[in-house]
Write a new protein. Structure first.
Ligand SMILES: Nc1ncnc2c1ncn2[C@@H]1O[C@H](COP(=O)(O)OP(=O)(O)OP(=O)(O)O)[C@@H](O)[C@H]1O
Length: 269
């Protein structure tokens, strides 16, 4: 039985001290889990994520990461939780790729050849090792996104959170992010995908549906990705989910799985 690595208990969050953007949010994420956080625009997803690594601190309720109270020891928690932000321009601040990817591990005390290796290997994971001496400002959006991922991986966090990882990426860019997610899972890391697009969460172990600052549901994809529930919470219903639901079929585990199931059904028909 996997242990919870993140525990969120009765979390409330407010930016102005009056209006709550998160209300009584409780859930757990297990070690090694691929966990989805799904919700429409403004649901509070990014706010929730900022609580998971101590950028925001709970005034009501609490967040524990690996048993550590985020409010009491945010520095320690930040070593455990890496967030890849939706817009790489919010994350990247060094002049060159080498400095950017080296910044985190340098701050963690990595030096010399070890630092060179960690920078190179992290860039290699996202296919950007050839860009090590490039200026950040000369990179395209997709390339910046890959560097932003490498900069997080370079710190070797136990939990990696991707906020809208597929937004504004082409087919190749999306595939690369999936490959990184799969590599992280093989290494036993906990991965959280935050999105408003349900189709990206078919492969998740569990999904938290958040709307209007409140938890609507937490469960396996088949318990959460239900057309009626998605519509009711202002989320698009992906064609593949609609189709499987209409046909009375169990939700596929991925788009490839969906293809396989449909092919075999069509042959049988
Ligand atoms: N820095 C801030 N100051 C004040 N209000 C904020 C701030 N950041 C977010 N909010 C408000 O908090 C609410 C939740 O926003 P949040 O960005 O967490 O939602 P989200 O689900 O990530 O949305 P999106 O999918 O559009 O990124 C929104 O009403 C937003 O206007």
């Amino acid at each position: 039985m996997k242990q919870p690595i993140i525990v969120v208990e009765n979390l409330y969050s407010s930016y102005d001290g009056k209006n709550y953007v998160l209300r009584n949010v409780s859930f757990t994420v297990n070690e090694g889990e691929l966990f989805g956080i799904l919700g429409p625009n403004g649901a509070g997803k990014s706010t929730l994520v900022l609580h998971l690594n101590g950028i925001l601190k709970a005034k009501r309720g609490r967040v524990l990461v690996s048993g550590i109270d985020v409010r009491k020891n945010p520095r320690e928690v930040r070593k455990l939780v890496g967030i890849v932000f939706q817009d790489p321009n919010d994350q990247l601040f060094c002049p060159t790729v080498r400095e950017e990817v080296g910044f985190g591990p340098y701050n963690l005390g990595v030096r010399g050849k070890d630092l060179e290796d960690v920078v190179f290997n992290s860039l290699k994971l996202v296919g950007m090792e050839g860009y090590i001496d490039r200026e950040i400002k000369s990179l395209s959006f997709g390339e910046k996104k890959r560097v932003a991922i490498a900069a997080i991986l370079a710190m070797n966090p136990q939990i990696v959170i991707f906020d809208e990882p597929f937004a504004n990426l082409d087919f190749k860019g999306k595939k690369l992010v999936w490959d990184v997610i799969k590599t992280l899972r093989k290494e036993g890391k906990t991965v959280i995908i935050v999105t408003h697009e349900a189709e990206y969460l078919l492969e998740c172990d569990r999904i938290l549906l958040l709307a209007n600052g409140e938890v609507i549901r937490v469960g396996e994809p088949g318990e959460v990705l239900i057309p009626e529930i998605l519509k009711r919470n202002n989320l698009d219903v992906p064609l593949i989910i609609e189709l499987f639901f209409e046909l009375g079929l169990e939700l596929p585990k991925s788009l490839d799985d969906a293809k396989r199931v449909l092919k075999s059904k069509l042959k049988l028909g």
